[in-house]
Design a protein around this ligand. Structure first.
Ligand code: ACO
Length: 379
C-alpha cells in the first residue's frame, strides 16, 4: 500500500471554491468579488467594501444609505461588553481583550444561536459596526482616558479615529487609515479565515467562528506580524530628527546581523506571494503620505534600510504588515493595538467566508497518518 502524501501546513492544497476573493501570485493581484483591491482602495471606502464582500456587488446609492443607517446606528458598545472589558487587567494583551469582547458580543446577541442567512448578515454587520469601539475603548483605558462615544455624522474610518483619539482626524489621515482597512479586509483561505470556516463547518454560530479566527490571527506568523514589525523598529531605535540615510544604515546593519543569526524577520515573506505582496505598493503609498504629513523621514529610512538588506541577502519581499505597522504608529496607536486594527477590517472577510461556508457546507475534517507507538496493551 502506498503511503498517502502529507502536505505540512496544507501548503499547495486546494480545499474548496470561494467567490469572495481571488489571490493570484503569478500576476501579483488580489480581487475582491472581481474588483482589484487597488481600485477599491483608491475609489471606494471601507463601508462599500464591507457591503461588496457580503453581498457580491457594490451598493447602489440607495443601498448605501440604508447600510450607513444600520452601521452608524450600531457603533456603540453594549454595556455588557464595556463591563467585560473593564474586568480585564491592563496587562492583558489587546488581542485577548478583543477576543473576549467578541465572545461577549456573541453571548449577548439576541440572534446568537440563529444561523440563518438573515441572522448571519445582521450579526456580521453589527459586529463590523461595533468592533471599532472595542479597539478605541481599549486604547483609551490604557492611557487612563474616558470612553468617547461614536458620532453618526462621520464615516467608518473617521469615526474609528475619533473614538480612539477624541479629536477629528485630518482627511489625509482618515484616507490612509481607510486604505489600510480596505487592504486588510480579505485574503482568501489564510489561517484565520480557514479557522473561521472550520468552526462554521461544525454548524457553530458566527461569533464562535470569529472568536476562533481572532485566536489564529494573533500569532506572529499571521496578523501578529504588524505588531512585531514595530517592535523591530523599536529595537533598532526610532530617533526623531535622525536623517533618512543614518536611519537606513542602522537598519541595514540590524538586518544583516539578524539574518546572520538565522532570525525570522516579521513583515517579510508570504506563503502565497513569492514575488511580492499585491497589497504592499498601495499601503506603501499610504505610508509615504503619512511620513510626509507627520514629517518623519527617519521612519522611512528604517523601512528602506531593512527592505534593501532583506532583498539583497535573501530576495524576500515585504508583506502588507510591513508598511501597515509604521502607518499605525505614526497615527498614534500603541504598538499592541495594531493586530486588533487588522481584526476590525478582517471581520468583513471572515464573515463573508462564514456565510459562504454555511451556504454550501461540508464538515471540514482532514485525515492524519499515525506515527505513534505500535498497538500495545495495559498489563
Ligand atoms: N525572515 C527571514 N527568513 C524568511 C522569512 C522572514 N520573514 N520568511 C521566509 N524566510 C525564509 C525561511 O527561513 C526559509 O528559508 P530556508 O529555506 O533557508 O529555511 C524560506 O524563506 C521559506 O520560508 P518558509 O517559512 O518555509 O515559507 P512559508 O511559505 O511557510 O512562510 C511565512 C510564509 C510564514 C509568512 C514566512 O515568510 C514568515 O514567517 N514571515 C514572517 C511572518 C510574517 O510577516 N507574517 C505575515 C504574513 S502576511 C499577513 O498576515 C498579512
Amino acid at each position: 500500500m502506498t503511503e498517502p502524501e502529507i502536505h505540512k501546513g496544507l501548503a499547495g492544497v486546494v480545499v474548496d471554491y470561494t467567490a469572495v476573493s481571488k489571490v493570484n501570485s503569478d500576476t501579483n493581484s488580489l480581487l475582491y468579488r472581481g474588483y482589484p483591491v487597488q481600485e477599491l482602495a483608491g475609489h471606494r471606502d471601507m463601508e462599500d467594501v464591507a457591503y461588496l464582500l457580503w453581498n457580491g456587488e457594490l451598493p447602489s446609492a440607495e443601498q448605501r444609505t440604508e447600510f450607513d443607517a444600520f452601521e452608524r446606528g450600531h457603533r456603540a458598545l453594549p454595556k455588557e461588553v464595556i463591563a467585560a472589558i473593564d474586568l480585564l487587567p491592563l496587562t492583558a494583551h489587546p488581542m485577548d481583550v478583543a477576543r473576549t469582547a467578541v465572545s461577549v458580543m456573541g453571548a449577548s446577541h439576541p440572534l446568537a444561536a440563529d444561523n440563518s442567512v438573515e441572522a448571519n448578515m445582521e450579526k456580521a454587520a453589527t459586529l463590523f459596526a461595533a468592533f471599532p469601539a472595542v479597539v478605541a475603548y481599549d486604547q483609551r483605558r490604557r492611557r487612563d482616558q474616558a470612553i468617547v462615544e461614536p458620532r453618526d455624522d462621520l464615516g467608518y474610518s473617521a469615526n474609528f479615529l475619533w473614538m480612539t483619539f477624541g479629536e477629528e482626524a485630518p482627511p489625509e489621515v482618515v484616507h490612509a487609515f481607510d486604505v489600510s482597512m480596505v487592504l486588510y479586509a480579505e485574503h482568501s483561505f489564510n489561517a484565520s479565515t480557514f479557522t473561521a470556516r472550520v468552526i462554521t463547518s461544525t454548524l457553530a454560530d458566527l461569533h464562535s467562528a470569529v472568536t476562533g479566527a481572532i485566536g489564529a490571527l494573533k500569532g506572529a506568523l499571521h496578523g501578529g506580524a504588524n505588531e512585531a514589525v514595530m517592535h523591530t523598529f523599536e529595537e533598532i531605535g526610532i530617533r526623531k530628527d535622525e536623517s533618512h540615510e543614518d536611519a537606513a544604515a542602522r537598519a541595514k546593519t540590524w538586518m544583516e546581523e539578524a539574518l546572520a543569526s538565522k532570525k525570522k524577520v516579521m513583515g517579510f515573506g508570504h506563503r502565497v506571494y513569492k514575488n511580492g505582496d499585491s497589497r504592499v505598493p498601495t499601503m506603501k503609498s499610504a505610508l509615504d503620505a503619512m511620513i510626509e504629513y507627520y514629517g518623519r523621514d527617519e521612519i522611512l529610512g528604517l523601512y528602506s534600510g531593512l527592505e534593501t538588506a532583506m532583498s539583497e541577502a535573501k530576495d524576500i519581499k515585504p508583506n502588507l504588515d510591513y508598511p501597515a505597522g509604521p502607518v499605525y504608529h505614526l497615527m498614534g496607536f500603541d504598538t499592541e493595538m495594531f493586530t486588533p486594527l487588522f481584526i476590525a477590517a478582517r471581520i468583513t472577510g471572515w464573515t463573508a467566508h462564514i456565510m459562504e461556508q454555511a451556504a454550501s457546507n461540508s464538515l471540514i475534517r482532514p485525515l492524519s497518518l499515525y506515527n505513534g507507538p505500535d498497538e500495545r496493551h495495559v498489563d
